[in-house]
Design a protein around this ligand. Structure first.
Ligand SMILES: NC(=O)c1ccc[n+]([C@@H]2O[C@H](COP(=O)([O-])OP(=O)(O)OC[C@H]3O[C@@H](n4cnc5c(N)ncnc54)[C@H](OP(=O)(O)O)[C@@H]3O)[C@@H](O)[C@H]2O)c1
Length: 125
């Protein structure tokens, strides 16, 4: 078991879920988020239902994290969505949602930087 704390956005399925399982297997503590619940059930896994495009929800997540852990060692900003439509055929609300999720949801990175201030050696993560 390590004392590293890894935050993974979009951990409910796909790559994010696999990454969460990888770090749990390494002995790390993983904080995962997604809009929905997680199928992961592990003593070192903490899940938060958070939409990364919702600034207030991200702020609340980091406020909660500060109470739970003394620092973050890594952020894997994995949450994202895609639409396989041609741009001209993509409805405006879908395009807006993609931009909000994939490009504008930067507050996770910004907040993670301040939360990682006390991080020790993270080589090998
Ligand atoms: N798979 C590929 O071939 C590929 C290729 C290039 C890039 N990528 C990128 O790699 C990342 C993961 O891909 P994937 O294939 O594993 O995707 P996926 O299976 O669709 O999983 C996406 C994850 O992101 C979460 N998510 C989506 N929107 C969110 C939001 N607004 N707030 C919080 N969580 C959100 C989803 O959880 P909820 O639905 O519960 O919110 C889910 O856990 C994505 O950013 C994707 O664009 C993937």
């Amino acid at each position: 078991m390590t004392d590293r704390h890894v935050l993974i956005t979009g951990a409910t399925r796909g790559l994010g879920r696999s990454l969460a399982e990888h770090y749990l297997a390494q002995g790390d503590t993983v904080i995962g988020c997604g809009r929905g619940p997680s199928p992961l059930n592990h003593e070192r896994y903490v899940h938060a239902c958070v939409d990364v495009a919702d600034e207030a929800a991200v702020k609340a997540l980091f406020a909660d994290l500060r109470r739970r852990v003394d620092r973050l060692d890594a952020l894997i900003n994995n949450a994202g969505i895609a639409s396989m439509n041609l741009m001209a055929l993509t409805p405006v609300d879908v395009a807006r949602r993609i931009m909000e999720t994939n490009f504008l949801a930067r507050s996770c990175s910004r907040r993670a930087r301040s939360a990682s201030c006390g991080a020790r050696n993270t080589r090998g993560l």
